[in-house]
Design a protein around this ligand. Structure first.
Ligand SMILES: Nc1nc2c(ncn2[C@@H]2O[C@H](COP(=O)(O)OP(=O)(O)O)[C@@H](O)[C@H]2O)c(=O)[nH]1
Ligand SMILES: [Mg+2]
Length: 314
């Protein structure tokens, strides 16, 4: 094993705040299931339950712009911030407009900001687990806050948001955003609704529509506020920070933060078990049997039994 991939060395570098060690560990945890076990094991005692903010919404509403503004605000408070972008079209992954890239690269030059993008769906345990693994590494590394941006259209993105402490659903006054959001189940998961691009026409009407949409949700103890922003100018960002803080306080008062922490650990245990049970299952021998049985019209349950009973010859 090359010295630079030795976990002892990587972890001792990681503990002293070495960015390269963080980055290498993220790569390893995503790609190497045997090492993932050991990384999780070593990481566990370092976890402090860093606050996680999920940011989701349709493409183009301004999530990345808002993320970078949130990074700035939190940096101004001296917080070390981790950003995970689960979005193939995100400026964080380099696929966006020049202006966005300039803005992002400014932030990524800050040594106290750690940005990582996740665009692959083939990660171990799926995208939601991969996001958690990366967030845990950022947590153990000493981040005070983690932002997780997803494009927010599919089940995978909704699953990812389940692991956040506060979920921001970002919408814009553009026609149909709030209707789309309701269809996609986004309104359901928002702890805070952000109406961005309030400089655009129709913002007031969109606000009223969103209020109406929120009233369709079953009443909950926490009623999501709608915060108006104009992200390019940073307008409304203080209000947004205050709303996040109120939600955090609510979670603390209700004991929810601890429940979130436990829920994430439960998901992690489940994912490792699934990996263990399934990781070595599809051997060449079993794959061959599967093909044979399927093409010979074998009844499904008898095929299942044959595959489960099959013993790989050593
Ligand atoms: N007019 C206006 N444009 C915005 C605002 N926020 C973001 N944008 C622009 O909208 C575009 C998409 O923003 P981006 O943050 O990449 O959206 P994302 O796909 O949701 O991450 C960019 O060109 C931003 O500069 C805003 O409040 N008002
Ligand atoms: Mg984006």
């Amino acid at each position: 094993m090359p010295a630079r991939y030795d976990l002892n060395t990587l972890f001792s570098d990681f503990k002293t705040g070495n960015r390269l060690a963080l980055s290498r560990l993220i790569t390893l945890v995503e790609s190497d299931s045997a090492r993932r076990d050991e990384i999780i094991e070593r990481l566990s005692p370092l976890l402090s339950g860093t606050y996680r903010i999920g940011i989701t919404g349709p493409p183009g509403v301004g999530k990345s712009t808002l993320s970078s503004e949130l990074v700035k605000k939190n940096r101004a408070k001296g917080r070390v911030v981790g950003v995970i972008a689960v979005d193939p079209s995100s400026p964080f992954t380099g696929g966006a407009l020049l202006g966005d890239r300039v803005r992002m690269s400014k932030i990524s030059l800050d040594p106290q900001v750690y940005i990582r993008s996740l665009a692959t769906r083939g990660s171990l345990g799926g995208l939601s687990i991969a996001t958690q693994d990366v967030a845990d590494l950022m947590d153990g590394f000493g981040c005070d806050l983690i932002l997780i941006e997803t494009v927010g259209v599919g089940q995978a993105e909704l699953d990812i948001m389940q692991t956040a402490d506060t979920t921001l659903v970002v919408l814009s006054p553009e026609s149909g955003d709030s209707i789309q959001a309701m269809k996609a189940g986004l309104m359901e998961i928002g702890d805070i609704i952000v109406l961005n691009k309030c400089d655009r026409q129709g913002a007031d009407r969109a606000y009223i529509e969103m209020e109406a949409a929120l009233h369709l949700r079953p009443p909950k103890d926490w009623e999501p506020p709608i915060i108006k922003t104009f992200a390019n100018r940073g307008d409304g960002l203080c209000e947004l920070m205050d709303a996040v803080e109120s939600h955090r306080q609510y979670l603390i008062d209700e004991g929810e933060l601890t429940r979130h922490f436990i829920k994430r650990r439960k998901e992690k245990i489940r994912s490792v078990i699934e990996e263990k049970l399934m990781g070595d299952f599809w051997t060449p021998g079993r794959l061959r049997i599967l093909s044979d049985l399927a093409s010979n019209d074998a009844p499904v349950m008898s095929a299942v039994k044959s595959l489960l009973d099959y013993q790989e010859k050593k």
